[in-house]
Design a binder for this molecule. Structure first.
Ligand code: KIV
Length: 296
């Protein structure tokens, strides 16, 4: 039996079809949840894949229907959803509630819950406690945490405990107060070598993928060639295995300037504002509601 995938392509509904296209993370088979094994297989096939952030059930359901195979309930919710100035204030309670909503809104995507600042830096046991909460209470399929060599012990314990981990190196936004901003990382020979060591450390610790944020494209390409786990780029050039964007940036909902690496695929801020103004005009002029919107 064939049917149409979220991405609009026909496929074998058994999910066991032999073709590489049928197995594709984007536009591929089946309605079962994507797992970290599917992610590993995509790297072996050389398949590139998209990832978006999501913070609520409704938006996540739109991305799931569009066939986005991996969603990150990122601590970027601090800036984009909760009105904080950075990711630093985000709490475990906030991540857990919004991750559970994203899981409820999706059927196919692998949902990755971000471990917020202060929830894993104390050491592996604290990391395990926080990650376990996200897996048990929110139902995420994996967690993400920031740091390379410095977070390797945390990653090791989580993976040994059965929790898949996506790592995050390069620019790690939870360190904004130490950086004094969001500077490009991995520039220059020494910094590039450190980035490579960080990426290898998280791979050796058992991470199933690693985010490379705001690093030179050439360095990201070298890291991607050197690893057997997929790299997920954000401001890291075209050669990573996957690309992630914060959805409010991607869809043009974010106010003001967005980082240079962002491409906006819609202008939702304009569209939503226009809709709100049109509704307000109708109300003040008595043009809404009309008979068709009324009960008798
Ligand atoms: O929190 C987040 O959205 C992230 C991505 C930018 C990778 O960490």
């Amino acid at each position: 039996m064939t049917h149409v995938t979220p991405a609009g392509k026909q496929h074998d509904s058994s999910g066991t079809g032999p073709s590489a296209a049928g197995k594709a993370l984007y536009g591929g088979t089946g309605s079962r949840r994507i797992t970290v094994r599917d992610i590993a297989a995509a790297k072996e096939r050389g398949e590139k894949w998209p990832m978006l952030t999501a913070y609520d059930a409704m938006t996540a359901s739109v991305f799931d229907e569009a066939g986005i195979p991996v969603m990150l309930v990122g601590d970027s919710m601090g800036n984009c959803h909760l009105g904080y100035e950075s990711t630093v204030p985000v709490t475990m309670d906030e991540i857990t509630i919004l991750s559970a909503a994203v899981v409820r809104g999706t059927k196919r995507a692998l949902i990755v819950g971000d471990l917020p600042f202060g929830s894993y830096q104390e050491g592996p046991v604290q990391a395990l406690r926080s990650a376990t909460r996200l897996v048990k209470e929110a139902g995420v399929g994996a967690v993400k945490l920031e740091g390379g060599e410095r977070s390797a012990h945390q990653i090791e314990l989580l993976v040994q405990s059965g929790i898949p981990v996506m790592a995050h190196v390069g620019l790690t936004p939870q360190s904004v107060n130490a950086y004094g901003g969001y500077p490009v990382q991995g520039r220059g020979e020494e910094a590039a070598q450190q980035l490579l060591r960080d990426a290898k450390a998280v791979q050796d610790a058992g991470a199933f993928a690693v985010v490379l944020e705001t690093v030179p494209a050439e360095v990201a390409a070298e890291v991607t060639r050197s690893l057997h786990i997929p790299t997920v780029g954000i401001g890291a050039g075209p050669d990573c295995d996957a690309q992630v964007l914060v959805w409010t940036d991607m869809a043009g909902l974010t106010a003001g300037r967005v980082p240079r690496f962002v491409k906006q695929y819609a202008q939702l801020r304009q569209t939503l504002g226009d809709a709100a103004r049109a509704f307000a005009e109708d109300v003040v002029q008595g043009a809404y509601p009309t008979a068709e919107h009324s009960f008798h």
